[in-house]
Ligand binder design. Structure first.
Ligand code: ADP
Length: 228
């Protein structure tokens, strides 16, 4: 479970990006963080990854307050939380397979395990047939699916997505969502910050709505503009 308890985040320039945030996300949940630009969605994701630190409050992941863990323990946290961004930043000189394998090579996994895990991740995002391609040979949607495969290859229980369908047309965006749904069905908790109204409305999942750094709505299952 992920829990935010009375979380405040003030940046050093004095901007209060989050104010008294409280919510719970259960294991295996699929959650949308919505709200206009500047509402505080990315800040929330950055706090979860410990890319930023809270000004006040607690963030519990499986009962551990991650605002209190030492710098030395941050790599361990990141093994449990993977991230997908809007801009996918693949390595141009590596193939699809090599891009996905890279994270596991750094962790020192055996070649055999790497091959198995990478093939499984590519299968989930339906890119098995592109494994020997280079990023320059892929469409925007395919590149984004490679970055999703790269994020899930270490089998972290939590996947954070910051506008993963941001630059894509509707149909391609749904290919991304299909991959995320499959990942969620395998038990991964997904927290997705998005502006994509139609996706949120069609999915009818947990929606947390932010406005100017505050939660204005938290519904267990619903759409973007659902009334209480
Ligand atoms: P969203 O993801 O919903 O667009 P953000 O979390 O990026 O919102 O931003 C929330 C607020 O915090 C905005 O007012 C933004 O300008 C501010 N902000 C974000 N990052 C920083 C930073 N590194 N330094 C100072 N202010 C920031």
């Amino acid at each position: 479970m992920i829990e935010f308890e009375n979380v405040f985040k003030e940046y050093s320039n004095g901007i209060l990006a989050l104010s008294n945030i409280n919510f719970k996300i259960l294991d295996g949940d699929f959650v949308f963080l919505v709200g206009s630009s500047g509402a505080g969605k990315s800040t929330m994701l950055k706090l979860l990854m410990r890319e930023e630190t809270v000004t006040r409050g607690k963030i519990l992941i499986e009962g551990t307050d991650i605002t209190k863990i030492t710098k030395r323990k941050i790599p361990e946290l990141r093994r449990n939380i993977s991230v997908v961004f809007q801009d996918h930043r693949l390595l141009d000189k590596k193939t699809v397979f090599e891009n996905v394998a890279y994270a596991l090579e750094i962790l020192g996994e055996s070649k055999k395990n790497i091959k198995l895990s990478v093939e499984e991740a590519l299968e989930i995002v339906s890119l098995t047939d592109k494994k020997n391609c280079y990023p320059s040979e892929l469409s925007g949607g395919e590149s984004q699916r490679v970055s999703i495969a790269r994020a899930i290859v270490n089998k972290a229980p939590i996947l954070l997505c910051d506008e993963p369908t941001g630059n894509l047309d509707q149909e391609t965006a749904w290919d991304i969502m299909k991959a995320l749904i499959k990942i969620n069905e395998r038990g991964t908790t997904i927290v997705m910050a998005t502006h994509a109204v139609d996706i949120v409305n069609k999915m009818q999942r947990h929606v947390i709505t932010l406005n100017k750094g505050q939660i204005v709505k938290d519904i267990e299952s619903g759409g973007y503009y659902e009334e209480d």
